[in-house]
Write a protein that binds this ligand. Structure first.
Ligand SMILES: Cc1cc2nc3c(=O)[nH]c(=O)nc-3n(C[C@H](O)[C@H](O)[C@H](O)COP(=O)(O)O)c2cc1C
Ligand code: SF4
Length: 446
């Protein structure tokens, strides 16, 4: 069954239900008047373990990129031992072309904070950090003001959640990043919150067992946390009525999803839709169609690290099966960037790899050196100074880096690899016209 009313954008006018011109920041008072913090009230009447079960039953999958089941992650926490336990909300949102979490922060920050309070209660986490990328200056101010409002109104603080309705006390702090993409990776984020250089950690141990300050920690994306309140209020079955089943026998893709569309379309923006909507429908029905009536050439489907969809994949369903079905790394953030027929895919690849090379933290040789070499090769190909041998070498360098080939600490390098291989494989003709045949010297023997 398709989504029939906005869930996460209930207070944020968004097409087809509302006009973005009517958007405004929802204050604490307005939030409460429109039903806000009733989801927390209901949650506090439940046993924490029942909330975890409800979120697990809903099969909510993480909205930060990997699609890991949220409730299952929560169950990895060890039982409370009297020491500190943390929630860190990931609002790094540095994936190029991704701007969905910002919509919630800009207009409805209390929806996120209500999710924070419920998650902390459910998982018995006493301290929450809201990690926000350095570039989101205005959003950091908005979020800080909302956290203050939540304290002023007794949601957080020493009296216990919701003016002491529960004895369980939660503190919430905002932490600003300093502008590195790798700090979105959950353990890079933890290092950054600890005040260190944002270098991803070797796993295991995973954060649920040993996270922030080496204590049990849950890391969730902003949108994932925003889904928690509505699930608790309406039940797991309600959530499972939205989205779609897997068509490849994998786990389902339930719930609504924020999808930010950018690139060569007439009406870029963020839309709240069912998981599983075909990309062509998203573009034609919601984003105003292709700009200047040009033909679709391809799409970065969910952040550049997931790879690209090719010219014959315009009807690809945007759900968590996309990796298996369309030869991509995954759905990522579900924020597609549409590319029209005039796009130079060699330049796209060069630009993406330039980004990854600049953002590599440098700990792993295949990522640090590989991305540099891939960038140099792409520059040569773009200038027409390369041969077919260089094209093969580019794919070889790409496939040698990442968690998947087992050569790096974090997934940033897999992103580099998937961007390279999907662009070269799906747009090979764009590359072949730029490279000369490889000259193999012939040795003449008498
Ligand atoms: C290089 C890199 C960057 C990432 N950036 C983000 C990000 O900006 N926001 C986010 O929520 N997750 C990001 N992730 C995924 C996180 O590591 C983690 O899986 C996620 O925050 C977990 O939340 P979720 O389960 O709610 O999706 C990134 C991962 C990698 C490897
Ligand atoms: S893969 Fe790259 S970004 Fe990730 S830890 Fe290694 S060097 Fe750093």
């Amino acid at each position: 069954m398709p989504i029939t009313e906005p869930v996460l954008t209930r207070r944020i006018p968004t097409p087809p239900w509302g006009d973005p011109k009517d958007r405004h920041l929802v204050s604490y008072e307005e939030y409460v008047k429109t039903g806000g913090y009733q989801m927390l009230e209901k949650a506090l009447d439940m046993e924490p373990a029942r909330i975890v079960d409800t979120v697990k039953d809903s099969q909510l999958r993480g909205r930060g990129g990997a699609g890991f089941p949220c409730g299952l992650k929560w169950t990895f926490l060890p039982p409370p031992d009297g020491g500190r336990r943390y929630l860190t909300v990931n609002c790094d949102e540095a994936e190029p072309c991704t701007f969905k979490d910002r919509l919630l922060v800009d207009f409805d920050p209390h929806l996120i904070l209500e999710g924070v309070a419920i998650t902390c209660y459910a998982c018995q986490l006493d301290t929450a950090y809201f990690f926000i990328r350095g570039e989101y200056r205005e959003q950091a101010k908005t979020m800080n003001a909302a956290i203050q409002e939540a304290y002023d109104n007794g949601i957080f603080g020493p009296q216990g959640l919701m003016k002491g309705k529960s004895d369980f006390k939660v503190d919430c702090f905002l932490h600003r990043g300093a502008g590195a993409y790798v700090c979105g990776e959950e353990t890079g984020l933890l290092e950054a919150v600890e005040g260190k250089r944002g270098w991803p950690r070797v796993k295991p141990p995973f954060p649920a067992v040993e996270g922030l300050f080496r204590r049990p920690t849950i890391v969730n994306n902003v949108e994932t946390i925003a889904c928690v309140g509505p699930i608790v209020a309406n039940g797991a079955d309600w959530f499972k009525n939205m989205g779609c089943e897997s068509s490849v026998g994998g786990p389902p893709s339930y719930g609504p999803k924020l999808m930010g569309v950018s690139g060569h379309v007439n009406n870029p923006g963020v839309f709240e839709l069912d998981l599983g909507i075909p990309l062509s429908r998203l573009v034609n029905e919601h984003a105003g169609g292709m700009r200047s009536g040009k033909a679709f050439k391809g799409s970065i489907a969910g952040g550049v690290s997931m790879g690209v969809l090719g010219p014959d994949q315009f009807d690809a369903e945007l759900d968590f099966d996309i990796g298996t079905k369309y030869d991509m790394l995954g759905l990522g953030t579900a924020c597609p960037t549409i590319l029209d027929e005039d796009t130079d895919m060699v330049a796209v690849a060069r630009n993406i790899v330039r980004f990854f090379k600049n953002e590599s933290c440098g700990q792993c040789t295949p990522c640090r050196e590989g991305s540099q070499w891939a960038y140099k090769l792409l520059c040569r190909i773009e200038k027409g100074e390369a041969t077919t041998r260089h094209l093969d070498l580019l794919l070889e360098v790409g496939s040698s880096m990442g968690i998947m080939p087992g050569t790096t600490i974090c997934g940033l390098a897999d992103g580099t690899n998937w961007a390279i291989k999907t662009i070269v494989n799906k747009f090979r003709a764009d590359f072949e016209v730029r490279v000369k045949p490889h000259f193999v010297p012939v040795t003449v023997t008498s």
